[in-house]
Design a protein around this ligand. Structure first.
Ligand code: DSN
Length: 417
């Protein structure tokens, strides 16, 4: 009996919903830039018997018996992570990106210490100091912004703030910044004020290992990432470092924050890291960027206002208000048409985060399906049609039918419908 039929027998409700989600992912153009399709091998490791095991501690130093294979799996994941990222130290246990960042705070700071990060409204992440997040509640958080005209980070402004506020830790990296991160520039500033530089490369880690985005090492001492975005692994997180704070970081993850690592995830991370070390993955990551550029160009041709004027990476942020619609209804109409994205604030957004001006899209998932530059004008044209006809359900249904047909030519990895 296959595991799917076992699920069907034991829980037809969940089985049916999983099937429906698989079909949705298959028939949809998925443009949320933090999402992807993992390989069948990553899926298999994620759904394995490793889910049955507890392994508090680290390889060779566990609090439970029966670790002979788990130790080898975690050691493989660590060694592959170190090799792929050129890191002296890797911790593959964080449950995701936020816990990875939490561990960095716990390892390096005391409550009340000052941290600096890109403000969430400008493309940062909630764990980089947002006032309602632990990072803004426990620590003294000082945000930097992007330039009002160029929408790019102004390192002179970052330096001014850093010299004035003297942070102990500076985060670079974010969730809605479509441009290259100048890790070397940040490192100079961090060094001038005696701060530790942390590069949160969650969105771009797949691009970084493939050379499609500059590398944070040796500029940042600590690098955090999720494993499921451009890296195409399972839902998880990693901390990579130059080794200076290896002990503190490991202790912060366990026992500081977490109990047993998710061994099935660790195995799937190891698989994804092996996949990411291939020439095929390198080409894939460069194709993500080429696709994003082509999509941005086509959207620009339809008159969309792109934040910063375009993209250097996998994501595009656009202000749709000039098209007479707000971000949320635009994203909802696109979803009804089978084009999945998320509404997002844009820099200096006069609107609230739950009903902002922008829409955020990206190309990791469509690139995993084998779409290339030639397909991007069609996607842009459908986005344009939906945004122009967001109240016209007949037109939206027409687009949805075209999208479903289009998707059939690009099989989604890991999905059998
Ligand atoms: N939720 C992620 C994203 O969509 O960018 C960030 O953690």
């Amino acid at each position: 009996m296959s595991s799917t039929s076992a699920l069907q027998a034991a829980d037809p409700d969940i089985h049916e919903l999983v099937l429906k989600e698989a079909r949705r992912q298959d028939e949809c153009i998925r443009l949320i830039p933090s999402e992807n399709y993992v390989s069948p091998a990553v899926l298999e490791a994620t759904g394995s018997v490793l889910s049955n095991k507890y392994s508090e501690g680290y390889p060779g130093r566990r609090y439970y018996e029966g670790q002979e294979f788990i130790d080898r799996i975690e050691t493989l994941a660590i060694d592959r992570a170190k090799a792929l990222f050129g890191a002296a130290h890797a911790n593959v246990q964080p449950y995701s990106g936020s816990p990875a960042n939490q561990a960095v705070y716990l390892a390096l700071l005391e409550a009340g210490d000052t941290v600096m990060g890109l403000g969430l409204p400008f493309g940062g992440h909630i764990t980089h100091g947002l006032n309602v997040n632990f990072s803004g509640r426990i620590y003294r958080s000082v945000g930097y912004e992007v330039d009002r005209d160029t929408h790019r980070i102004d390192l002179d402004e970052v330096e001014d703030i850093a010299r004035r506020e003297r942070p102990k830790l500076i985060f670079c990296g974010g969730t809605a910044y479509p441009r290259i991160w100048d890790f070397a520039g940040f490192a100079e500033i961090a060094s001038a004020v005696g701060a530790v530089l942390v590069a949160d490369i969650a969105h771009i880690s797949g691009l970084v290992v493939a050379g499609a985005h500059p590398h944070p090492f040796p500029h940042a001492g600590i690098v955090t990432t999720t494993t499921h975005k451009t890296l195409r692994g399972p839902r998880g997180g990693m901390i990579l470092s130059d080794g200076t704070y290896a002990k503190e970081l490991d202790r912060a993850v366990f026992p500081g924050l977490q109990g047993g690592p998710h061994d099935h995830t660790t195995a799937a991370i190891a698989v994804a890291l092996r996949e990411a070390a291939t020439e095929e993955f390198r080409a894939y990551a460069h194709q993500i960027v080429a696709n994003a550029r082509a999509l941005a160009q086509a959207l620009d041709g339809h008159g969309f206002r792109l934040i910063s004027g375009g993209t250097d990476n996998h994501l595009i942020l656009m202000d749709v208000t000039k098209r007479g619609i707000n971000g949320k209804p635009a994203a909802q109409a696109l979803n009804r048409a089978g084009i999945e994205c998320n509404y997002n604030t844009v820099p200096f957004d006069p609107r609230k985060p739950f009903d902002p001006s922008g829409v955020r899209i990206g190309t990791p998932a469509v690139t995993s399906r084998g779409m290339r530059e030639a397909e991007m004008p069609s996607i842009a044209a459908w986005i344009d049609r939906v945004v122009a006809n967001a109240d016209d359900e007949t037109e939206i249904a027409r687009v949805r039918a075209e999208v479903t047909e289009f998707c059939r030519a690009f099989p989604a990895p890991g999905i059998r419908v």
